[in-house]
Every structure is written in structure tokens, then in C-alpha cells.
Write a protein that binds this ligand. Structure first.
Ligand code: NAD
Ligand code: UFG
Length: 338
């Protein structure tokens, strides 16, 4: 029997790529998104890529009545929950917005799911829950903490979902802790389209390459890393999306909560990303070294063995694939979906 998956935030960056992988794996998809950080064109492009159609509900997950109507209309088997705000700096300026949208939104979603008898959820958590800890690689059992409201929302939601599973053993929740998602679908039809000046490294580099920004600022070259710049675990968004399909396949065998890192297990420095982008795409990326960005840690990368052993999932794409696909998307869509 074909399963129907409700994808909250399915028009966003990771959500749109996950919809592609779900449709290609034979799932039926229903998207709920309020387009607060995305464009209706993204799901249209997903339909173009896959040749499959699906329903998109322009609904805010905080709006209980409208959300309940979506569950009443469709026979939903499981939810993949991406909807939320994600900018660290903005979360410091607007903590209440972040707590409301991310936490109240998730609680409302869980209540509506429980009423509809849908008790399987895959949640987008983040490596940010490993906090300022620099003890890499991070295992899922590492201590967790947060240093900003965005990180707190991820930690609180992880706790709420664990408590829900303790109270009602019919629930199955998978917490996926993403490392640094980058790149785009190889078609160049969907990709990352940040509002305003990008906070994250790869979209910043792509916008320098396309001429929208003049110069990359590298935040510090005095970290205790091989070349002094920050080290992260960049993961191709298609590998990440595939991790959701694998997590979904595994929920039948799972009881209660399971937590998995989704990362490659490899630490890559900022300078590695810049030089690989330049080499693969043949475009110089001018940069200057500026002071460290407050709140950044030297190194963050995953121990991805648990996902390999239990989900049979590994990240397959290389850094070369990531920079090529990021540039392909940016080149074909210099102004994003606009
Ligand atoms: P995104 O902003 O592109 O996607 C989020 C989507 O949710 C957007 O389409 C937005 O319009 C929608 N949305 C937000 N609030 C909503 C609401 N109340 N009701 C309905 N829709 C709503 O972000 P993304 O990069 O695709 O991230 C998806 C999830 O993964 C987020 O929860 C994010 O915190 C998490 N995550 C992202 C990263 C990353 O670096 N991109 C890393 C770790 C975790
Ligand atoms: N960096 C620069 N210049 C920039 C942007 C970033 O030098 O203009 C550096 C950062 O200092 C860091 C690395 O590039 O060393 C990666 O920075 P990103 O902002 O791309 O990613 P972060 O690791 O800081 O954070 C991202 C998401 C968080 C999430 C975290 C873990 O933004 O929301 O990954 O998943 F929590």
C-alpha cells in the first residue's frame, strides 16, 4: 500500500528536496507550508522534476483549525516536520517569534496528529544541540546544550517529543540531527534561496560567484584547526533528503524515540570549501579574513555510524558534488525563485 506523508515546511530548502526523494521512492506527498520563508514555485519545480503531482496546502502549523482540516481531508500515515524558523542571529533579536513558531507550532502539530490518530513523526533537529562542545566527532549520546533561542527551540522540541513518546507508546519519533546541508538537486531547478544576505557559507560563496555580493568574509583564521578556519560537516542536501526516506522505512521496526546524526563524518574547513568551489567551477572567490563570528565553534562534525548501522544510510556525495550543484542552481537562478 502506498503511504501518504505529510511534509510540513515542504516548500523550503530541505523540504523540497525531501519531497523529490519521497516521490521517487513511491510515497504520496502532501505539503503544508505558510511560505514565510519559501516560494510556491519550489513545489511546482518538484512536480516538474518528478513528473508527479501532489497537494500543497498554504497553511500555518500554528493554525489548529486549518491544520486539522488537512488531516481530515487526507489519510496520512506519517509526518516529516521541517516547518520552523532557522536563523540563529534573528532568533536572538526575536526570541518570542522563534519560541512561538517553532515550539507552539510543533505542539499544535502533535495535538492535531494525536487527534487524527497519526503518531509517527520525523523531526528536523540540528547539530546545534551539541552546543559549544568541541569534542568531535559528535555521537548522538554526547551532552547537549544551546547558546541561542534557535538552538533552545531544537533542544526543547527534542525533549517534548521524547516526553510524548513516554506518555503514549503508540508514538514513534525520529530526531534527525542535521550537520551542514548544502548543494542542490542536480537539475538546478530547486535549491537554497535565502532571504537577504545569506548567513551560511555556501549560499554566500555562490552569491559572490554570481556577482550579487563582492567578497566573502571568512570569520577567523586562528582556530585550532589545520588551516585555522572553522571546520564543519557539509552534507549534500540530496543525501540528507535520502536520510529521511531511510528513517521513514525504519519507523516500522522502531519503538518510541530514535536519534540519528545525518552528516558525512568528515570535517571540511572554510578554506577547503572556497578552494574546491574555485577549482570545480573555475570562478575566483575573493575573500578577506575578518574576526571570528560570536557563537561559532572551531570544529563540528558527526559520527554517522548509528545511521549507517541502523538506517543503512550513508552520505554518498562529495564536496565536489556539493559545490558543483550549489553553483549550477545559483547560475540558473541568479535571484533564487524571484
Ligand atoms: P527553510 O526555511 O528553507 O524551510 C522551512 C519551511 O517551513 C519554509 O518553507 C517556511 O515557509 C516553512 N514554515 C516556517 N514556519 C511555518 C509555519 N508556522 N507553518 C507552516 N510553514 C512554516 O529551512 P530549511 O533549511 O529547509 O530547514 C528545514 C528544517 O531543518 C528547519 O526546521 C531547520 O531548523 C532545520 N535545520 C536546518 C539546517 C540548515 O542549515 N538548513 C540545519 C539543521 C536543521
Ligand atoms: N562562515 C564564514 N563566512 C560566512 C559564513 C560562514 O567564514 O559568511 C564560516 C563560519 O564561521 C563557519 C562555517 O563558515 O566556520 C560554516 O558556517 P555556516 O553559517 O554556514 O554554518 P554553521 O555551522 O555556523 O551553522 C549551520 C546552521 C545552524 C545549524 C548548524 C548545525 O546555520 O542553524 O549549521 O547544523 F545549527
Amino acid at each position: 500500500m502506498q503511504q501518504t506523508i505529510l511534509v510540513t515546511g515542504g516548500a523550503g530548502y530541505i523540504g523540497s528536496h525531501t519531497c523529490v526523494c519521497l516521490l521517487e521512492a513511491g510515497y504520496q506527498v502532501i505539503v503544508v507550508d505558510n511560505f514565510s520563508n519559501s516560494n510556491i514555485i519550489a513545489p511546482e519545480r518538484v512536480q516538474q522534476i518528478t513528473g508527479k503531482t501532489f497537494t500543497v496546502h498554504p497553511v500555518d502549523i500554528c493554525d489548529r483549525k486549518t491544520l486539522a482540516a488537512v488531516f481530515a481531508e487526507h489519510d496520512i500515515d506519517a509526518v516529516i516536520h521541517f516547518a520552523g524558523f532557522k536563523a540563529v542571529g534573528e532568533s536572538i533579536e526575536q526570541p518570542l517569534n522563534y519560541y512561538h513558531n517553532n515550539i507552539y507550532g510543533t505542539i499544535t502539530l502533535c495535538e492535531v496528529m494525536a487527534e487524527a490518530g497519526v503518531k509517527t513523526m520525523i523531526f528536523s533537529s540540528s547539530a546545534t544541540v551539541y552546543g559549544m562542545n568541541d569534542n568531535v566527532p559528535f555521537k548522538e549520546s554526547a551532552p547537549t546544550s544551546a547558546t541561542n533561542p534557535y538552538g533552545h527551540t531544537k533542544l526543547f522540541i527534542e525533549q517534548i517529543l521524547q516526553d510524548v513518546c513516554i506518555a503514549d507508546p503508540e508514538w514513534t519519533v525520529t530526531l534527525l540531527r542535521y550537520f551542514n546541508p548544502v548543494g542542490a538537486h542536480h537539475s538546478g531547478l530547486i535549491g537554497e534561496d535565502p532571504n537577504g544576505v545569506p548567513n551560511n557559507l555556501m549560499p554566500f560563496i555562490s552569491q559572490v560567484a554570481v556577482g550579487r555580493l563582492k567578497k566573502l568574509k571568512i570569520f577567523g583564521n586562528d582556530y585550532p584547526t589545520p588551516d585555522g578556519t572553522g571546520v564543519r560537516d557539509y552534507i549534500h542536501v540530496i543525501d540528507l533528503a535520502d536520510g529521511h526516506v531511510k528513517a521513514l522505512e525504519s519507523t516500522g521496526k522502531q519503538k518510541g524515540v530514535a536519534i540519528y546524526n545525518l552528516g558525512t563524518g568528515h570535517g571540511i574547513s572554510v578554506l577547503d570549501v572556497v578552494t574546491t568551489f574555485e577549482k570545480i567551477n573555475g570562478i575566483p572567490i575573493p575573500y578577506k579574513i575578518v574576526p571570528r563570528r560570536p557563537g561559532d565553534i572551531a570544529s563540528s562534525f558527526a559520527d554517522p555510524k548509528k545511521a549507517k548501522n541502523i538506517l543503512q544510510w550513508i552520505a554518498k556525495k562529495t564536496l565536489e558534488d556539493m559545490v558543483r550543484d550549489a553553483w549550477n542552481w545559483q547560475q540558473k537562478n541568479p535571484n533564487g525563485y524571484a
